[in-house]
Write a protein that binds this ligand. Structure first.
Ligand SMILES: CC(=O)SCCNC(=O)CCNC(=O)[C@H](O)C(C)(C)COP(=O)(O)OP(=O)(O)OC[C@H]1O[C@@H](n2cnc3c(N)ncnc32)[C@H](O)[C@@H]1OP(=O)(O)O
Ligand SMILES: CC(C)C(=O)C(=O)O
Length: 560
């Protein structure tokens, strides 16, 4: 019994290569950056609810150049006035850097090819990208043409492009796409591509791009890789052909298709930032490039200011970068859960203490700083799933508190409890606030407004302390082997209670360029430890404040 009643109406829509050699399967890494071609301004733009305006396209174009794209498909000049004007604006205003080649898309129809070349007048160089659909479904349903007639259409387009190129000044290269390649029999895709190549006759000086689009994704990535390998092995004048890949993401496999396709012979990738594009989008170039980067391969694109890239992209496309989009999403470096935070904090300390050549911090595939993200804001995020490791790491890296190991658990549970009850994430300032209110310089119910010490021997100190408690103020005395011990003994005697001082640590604290001293005290009573922290410009005052804070925590607890 099927849960979804229509499963029987589906069957695989792809044509696997017979007996594929699968040499690509022996490879494990992409070893150099492919030629990148951004199709944000064409495939990305044609899929937007409101396509970009001229100004938005100009801003996006400049940004793509800044990222480092050397080939940019700027549009479909015959599609609309905006598309045409955009192409003219770039050319007439000399806005295309010499090392950047614009690319334009055209169908195999004369008036569209004519308009495309008209749009390119004055361009120093460009790629003219011709396509027609070759899949069984499109041949039968859309074009209602035989294989021979589909080849004739491609040949017509290829010949027209050649003719118009001859009539137009500028250095123009050609690209051909057997559109819907993944729904096409590989033998037929090869036949039609070779027919086009025989018209264009690629040479080393004039190589041709054969683009193998996953127009719609129908198969698992290895099936596509076999198709790419088959084309690469059999294309006419392969040595003068650049194999381009253009995967869409219908099955969520565009990145895998691209990576395996590159292993199988692809030289070039057409994709978009954050995977914008028709339906589920084109392949996300950010992911592809940073996947390479994370393995030590220079992607030759600059994504070091991801927050800015996301801002520009979201503004001009009116799309949203998904929070979990690899490398770019708001949450992709965030660790909320305790064990992840603990491992990240320890991994970061390990890096400080060891001479690590390679990045291998647990749970962080790359250093978030490499893409312009910051640890405190983006990595350690605190909610009810967090633990002591993350909370302490935050307090240390953002506020300079080195909370003693033994105190961390108590603080971790305190923070977790606040977040759990409020049912929300806590910002770093809120975590600091909890810490301050709960532990630092707590002066109720007991306070010590004044304290003096006298040295009574080599290891003996006496104190005279003024203690305020429950509305009365008294001067008390005590002796000890140090100042804190003397105050502790004086308080014990005055309050007639017993406890032991189990932890004491101190360190300097940088607060707004002033150095203060921070002390941490743990007092134990009936098997339970109470914590206090003192912050003061003077270390003696800090330690007494820490002691008092712990004592007050104990008194409040005993009162319950
Ligand atoms: C997979 C992709 O992304 S391909 C790129 C798709 N992008 C776009 O289509 C965006 C821009 N397109 C447009 O603005 C318009 O489609 C235009 C201006 C190109 C053409 O507009 P129109 O001619 O008015 O309409 P339309 O696109 O519906 O034309 C379809 C006709 O073109 C034919 N056709 C479609 N693609 C091609 C092609 N690549 N080569 C030759 N003919 C084609 C169809 O078979 C159909 O023919 P018919 O009129 O005999 O039925
Ligand atoms: C024009 C072609 C390359 C295309 O966009 C596709 O097939 O997805």
């Amino acid at each position: 019994m099927y849960l979804m009643k229509n499963v029987e109406q589906y069957a695989p829509q792809f044509f696997p290569v017979k007996n594929p050699p699968m040499r690509w399967a022996q490879k494990t890494m992409i070893e150099k950056a492919p030629i990148w071609c951004s199709v944000d301004l064409r495939d990305g733009n044609q899929a937007l609810i409101t396509p970009m305006s001229l100004d938005e396209k100009l801003e996006f174009f400049r940004y793509l150049v800044k990222i480092g794209f050397k080939e940019i498909e700027i549009g479909f000049p015959a599609a609309s006035e905006t598309e045409y004007e955009f192409c003219r604006t770039l050319i007439e205003n000399n806005m295309i850097p010499d090392d950047v080649t614009i690319q334009v898309l055209t169908q195999a129809r004369e008036h569209i090819i004519a308009k495309t070349f008209e749009a390119l007048k004055g361009a120093k160089h460009a790629i003219v990208h011709l396509y027609n659909s070759t899949s069984v479904a499109q041949r039968e349903q859309v074009f209602k043409k035989s294989k021979e007639d589909i080849i004739k259409l491609a040949e017509l387009g290829a010949n027209l492009c050649k003719e118009y190129r001859a009539k137009t000044e500028g250095h123009f290269r050609f690209e051909y796409s057997p559109e819907s390649f993944t729904g096409t029999e590989p033998e037929f895709a090869l036949e039609i591509c070779n027919a086009v190549l025989k018209i264009w006759e690629p040479t080393p000086e004039d190589p041709v791009i054969i683009n193998l689009p996953v127009t719609v994704s129908h198969s698992m990535p290895h099936v596509y890789a076999n198709q790419v390998e088959y084309m690469s092995d059999n294309l006419y004048r392969r040595e003068n052909v650049i194999i381009s890949l253009h995967p869409h993401n219908d099955r969520g496999c565009a990145v895998a298709d691209s990576e395996l396709g590159l292993l199988a012979g692809g030289d070039r990738i057409e994709g978009t930032l954050f995977g914008n594009g028709e339906r589920t989008g084109n392949v996300d170039i950010v992911t592809l490039a940073l996947n390479m980067y994370s393995q030590g391969v220079d992607p030759e694109l600059d994504f070091s200011n991801m927050p800015e890239i996301v801002e520009v992209y979201e503004r001009v496309t009116r799309m949203h970068v998904y929070e979990r989009s690899p490398y770019s999403g708001q949450l992709v470096f965030a660790a909320f859960s305790g064990s992840h935070q603990d491992a990240i904090a320890k991994g970061m300390h390990w890096r400080e203490e060891h001479d690590c050549k390679h990045w291998n911090v647990p749970y962080l595939p790359i250093n978030p700083e490499d893409v312009g993200r910051v640890y405190e804001a983006d990595v350690i995020r605190i909610n009810s799933q967090s633990g002591k490791g993350g909370v302490s790491y935050l307090m240390e890296t953002k506020y300079g508190y080195h909370i003693p190991q033994k105190m961390r658990e108590s603080f971790g549970y305190l923070v977790k409890g606040v977040s759990d009850h409020a049912h929300k994430e806590l910002l770093p300032e809120e975590v600091l606030d909890i810490f301050t209110k709960h532990y630092v310089n707590v002066e109720t119910p007991v306070s010590i407004p004044e304290v003096h010490f006298v040295q009574k021997g080599e290891n003996a100190i006496g104190t005279e302390a003024t203690i305020s408690y429950k509305g009365s103020t008294e001067t008390v005395h005590g002796d000890g082997n140090g100042r804190l011990d003397a105050v502790s003994n004086a308080v014990k005697a005055h309050l007639n209670m017993d406890f032991s001082l189990t932890t004491y640590t101190e360190h300097a604290l940088e607060v707004c360029s002033n150095s203060k001293a921070v002390a941490y005290v743990g007092l134990e009573k009936n098997g339970k430890t109470y914590w206090g922290v003192g912050v003061h410009s003077d270390i003696i005052n800090s330690s007494i404040s820490a002691f008092l804070s712990a004592l007050n925590a104990m008194l409040m607890d005993l009162k319950k």
